[in-house]
Design a protein around this ligand. Structure first.
Ligand code: ATP
Ligand code: MG
Length: 562
């Protein structure tokens, strides 16, 4: 199995598994089988990635198995596009389900038989209350519910009505099948929950074969049981549903039954992780699609340039907890930065160019500097960077009136060009109308090619540059957090009010060093002093597009714009 190697973890879920395995020692069935069960009604996001890493990680740690199951029992909003995206994304995250790709919709016939079995045992009945009446009968947290008038149908009546529900004799909502549990239960979930409903909605796989569909609570535990899942790991909102999960499998499954274990879902700051909200962002054009690099979706993060290794590391670091919390997105960014620091070759690009002419460098001359691709990793090799009389530097790296602690170029100053000579400011050219500085004239010190100046003088700092004749035009997209407040997901008001208007800045007149000609989409680089960048899939050969993955340091507080 080609599972990613992650160190074995310890947490309360593993403790439960260990405990279960101890009591099973020597008995048949002492294995671990988990599953990742997304509903194909949206693209998966970083929260799902946590669940993927957890389920596949546990399977790998215990030499067990993990299935990928499309939990497609609610036809509304499900589609093959989503299935395909989920398959691609889980695989990209680095996990392998071998031949265990399943669809809950493949179990519809079996789940139907289970329902019939429940009816026959007197454990389910067809109820003809409408949705409002069901709600009225349900009671509240403090008051018990009332029995449905249909609760005491005979088994024959129930079997007849249920088969006619399946046959399409009734309108949507006319009847439901309900588990006969306890209308007075302290747990509202157990007050005769609906387990089947009529819904004339074509299903993307079973098409119009079914007009009744099992509810999540009924289908999920049975799908787990049918696949021999031992540990059904889900998020905390299902805690109250666990007694129902157990009630159903105890009545219908002989032998080993799956055990449901809940953990806290991932909430991430400056992000929303509800599929409904992500769909809203896509459908209403607040972002450019599911793979918009600002989206917390796996496909968005891939396009942005996050690596699967960084995402897995983040998931391992946050661990699993029993209580809901909000994880700071800067932790994810930190993991991305750490991973890219090791793997991304260093290059130089200028995002907001200012022309510099080296007056004492001959007009038709050029030379090359051999530069390390990675300062700590010689195995990543070197490349040659051309130098000539005319260069570009970053506009920000020159100031006519340098503020204090400004370690860059200005009148009367010298700086080191990264990997090359020391240059000295001589004069500047301004636009006559605007007064803006449009060109600098400098001189270089030929004696500083291979080291510090012989006289020991100190220069102001080191800046990056490209040679004007030896660079390529590039577009750079600077991404920032999509929301300007920490917890947009918890806002009762319209969460789109909190979109960060500065979350995308497009710079179209950048220059990248020559070695970046014909780069492959998906390649990642560190632009020295600027951050990590990934070649976007929309790039064209002569003008690559670079997405900024993360700046070199956490600069959120300085860059937020509303
Ligand atoms: P829906 O509202 O459509 O159910 P969902 O986010 O729960 O949305 P599912 O497709 O049901 O989506 O989720 C698949 C699996 O991923 C489930 O086991 C779910 O518990 C888990 N999951 C979903 N969101 C998160 C999250 N934020 N953190 C951790 N796990 C999550
Ligand atoms: Mg769900």
């Amino acid at each position: 199995m080609t599972q990613p190697t992650t160190l074995p973890q310890n947490d309360f879920i593993r403790d439960i598994i260990d405990e279960g395995l101890r009591t099973l020692t020597g008995k048949k069935g002492a294995h671990v089988a988990t599953r990742f069960p997304p509903e194909p009604n949206g693209y998966i996001h970083i929260g799902h990635a946590k669940s993927v890493c957890l389920n596949f990680g546990i399977a790998a740690q215990y030499s067990g198995t993990c299935n990928l199951r499309l939990d497609d029992t609610d036809p509304l909003g499900e589609s093959m596009e989503y299935v395909e995206s989920i398959i691609r994304d889980v695989r990209w995250l680095g996990f392998d389900w071998q031949d265990r790709l399943f669809y809950a919709s493949d179990y519809f016939e079996q789940i139907y038989s289970f329902a019939v079995e429940l009816i026959k045992a007197g454990n389910a009945y067809v109820c003809s209350l409408n949705a409002d009446e069901v709600r009225d009968h349900r009671g509240t947290f403090t008051e018990p519910g009332k029995d449905s008038p249909y609760r005491n149908h005979t088994v024959e009546e129930n079997l007849d009505l249920f088969s006619r529900m399946r046959a399409g004799e009734f309108a949507d909502g006319a009847h439901t099948l309900r588990a006969k549990i306890d209308m007075a239960s302290a747990n509202i979930v157990l007050r005769d929950p609906v387990i089947y409903r009529i819904k004339r909605e074509p299903h993307y796989r079973t098409e119009t074969k079914w007009v009744i569909y099992p509810m999540y609570d009924f289908a999920h535990c049975l799908s787990d049981a049918l696949e021999g899942i031992t540990h059904s790991i889900c998020t905390l909102e299902f805690e109250n549903n666990r007694p129902l999960y157990d009630w159903i499998v105890e009545r219908l499954i002989k032998g080993n039954r799956p055990q449901q274990i809940e953990f806290a879902r991932l909430n991430l700051s400056y992000t929303v992780l509800s599929k409904r909200r992500l769909i809203e962002l896509v459908k209403n054009g607040f972002v450019q699609g599911w793979d918009d690099p600002r989206m917390p979706t796996v496909t968005g993060m891939r396009r942005r340039g996050y690596t699967p290794e960084a995402i897995r590391k983040f998931c391992a670091q946050i661990g699993v907890a029993k209580n809901d919390n909000l994880i700071d997105v800067s932790l994810l960014e930190h993991c991305v930065r750490e991973d890219l620091n090791e793997r991304a070759p260093r290059v130089m690009s200028v995002l907001r160019p200012l022309r510099v002419v080296i007056d004492n460098y001959p007009e038709n001359q050029a030379e090359e500097f051999e530069c390390a691709n990675h300062p700590q990793n010689p195995a990543m090799g070197t490349r040659k960077i051309p130098f000539s009389r005319s260069l570009y530097i970053e506009r920000d790296d020159f100031s006519e009136n340098p503020p204090s602690k400004y370690n860059r170029l200005g009148p009367g100053r010298e700086v080191r060009l990264r990997n090359a000579y020391i240059i000295k400011f001589e004069s500047m050219v301004k636009d006559e109308k605007t007064g803006e500085v449009v060109e600098l004239h400098c001189t270089y010190d030929p004696a500083t090619r291979n080291g510090p100046p012989a006289d020991g003088r100190k220069v102001q700092g080191v800046i990056h540059w490209v040679s004007a004749q030896h660079c390529i035009p590039a577009e750079v997209r600077l991404y920032d957090r999509l929301f300007s407040i920490e917890d947009p997901g918890s806002e009762a008001e319209d969460f789109t009010k909190y979109l960060n208007s500065g979350s995308l800045e497009i710079l179209t007149s950048c220059y990248a060093e020559l070695s970046l000609k014909n780069v492959e989409p998906g390649s990642k680089y560190q632009f020295e002093r600027l951050g990590y960048f990934c070649v976007d899939e929309d790039s064209v050969a002569d003008k690559p597009i670079f997405n900024r993955i993360v700046p070199l340091r956490d600069s959120w507080t300085k860059t937020v714009k509303n």
